[in-house]
Write a protein that binds this ligand. Structure first.
Ligand SMILES: Nc1nc2c(ncn2[C@@H]2O[C@H](COP(=O)(O)OP(=O)(O)OP(=O)(O)O)[C@@H](O)[C@H]2O)c(=O)[nH]1
Ligand SMILES: [Mg+2]
Length: 282
């Protein structure tokens, strides 16, 4: 894996080693940020080993509760790497972020509005095709992600060989093979989380490339209108794409003001770092 990093422009405020997490929204989403330098979200399909990864990373430094106002359980925990203090949140297992269920809505809102410093997407190496759907959706929302290619021991047993370097190149984010139950690959996972959080590795995620002209126009027009109505909303383009896809829960969230409320919290604390223009090749 080769990583090239150009320095951020001299005019940029802040630095690559500062957190971009949105503290006001994260507090609203029930995350206690005391003694925390960086926030990591752990996403993935159901039953791919998210909690096993979470336990391997946090050990006993964890506690469970519910998402604010919901009956959905949430585990959060902490770890330290190279003297930096991380908070990691185990999101509900979901096949997509299209908010067709409460679990999906929670995961989507956390990644979209909480803007975690890094989103780790745990995937099942024996069911890659199905799992990549969620990875691509996460990469539409954030460009700070690490793919944790879990269950590689099972894949080996089934004589499945995943070319993780190629996958990392194609996705534009680091891919770390793990067998979390045995702790295999966990040190490298921590290293890559740290590299993405601190800006040492910059991702260039794969996004929808060849939109037909009509879709491009519609997305641009709608994105502009969403920007005007909700200036603080991060990633209005993704919201526009969801609306054009007929996502009724997204339309409802806009109508009911849920998105406005979260995006206002988002604007209360601007990210401490502007989007970096540096380029990374993974
Ligand atoms: N062989 C093997 N089993 C694993 C690995 N990681 C997790 N498991 C097992 O897979 C099962 C599911 O793991 P969990 O960590 O509960 O998965 P999860 O994604 O948190 O599941 P949900 O929260 O229900 O969505 C458990 O029996 C784990 O012991 C791995 O790397 N290799
Ligand atoms: Mg779990």
């Amino acid at each position: 894996m080769s990583v090239r990093i150009d320095p951020p422009p001299a005019t940029a405020a802040g630095c690559a080693s500062c957190s971009v997490a949105n503290t006001a929204t994260l507090r609203k989403l029930g995350i206690n940020l005391e003694d925390t330098d960086y926030v990591v979200a752990l996403a993935g399909n159901p039953n791919v080993g998210k909690s096993t990864v979470f336990n391997a990373v946090t050990g006993l430094r964890q506690h469970t509760g519910n998402w604010p106002g919901k009956t959905v359980a949430r585990a959060e925990g902490g770890f330290e790497y190279a003297g930096r203090r991380y908070k990691i949140v185990d999101l509900p297992g979901t096949y997509s972020l299209l908010s067709t269920s409460l679990d999906e809505e929670i995961a989507r809102n956390f990644i979209l509005f909480g803007r975690p410093d890094v989103t780790v997407v745990v995937v099942d190496a024996t069911r890659l095709e199905r799992n990549l759907n969620l990875v691509l959706q996460v990469l539409e929302i954030t460009d700070r992600a690490v793919v944790c290619l879990n269950l590689v021991d099972e894949a080996r047993r089934l004589k499945l060989n995943v070319d993780e370097r190629r996958l990392a190149r194609d996705l534009g984010v680091p891919v770390v093979p793990t067998a979390a139950r045995q702790g295999e690959g966990v040190p490298l996972l921590l290293q890559m989380i740290d590299e993405v959080a601190t800006g040492k590795t910059l991702c260039r995620p794969r996004r929808l490339q060849s939109e037909p002209p009509a879709l491009k126009r519609a997305v641009a027009e709608l994105t502009e209108r969403i920007h005007q109505a909700f200036p603080a909303l991060p990633n209005a383009r993704w919201v526009a794409l969801r609306l054009l896809d007929g996502d009724e829960s997204m339309a409802q969230a806009l109508r009911a003001g849920d998105l406005a409320e979260l995006s206002q919290a988002a604007s209360a604390t601007e990210p401490r770092v502007p989007t970096l223009t540096a380029e990374a090749v993974i």
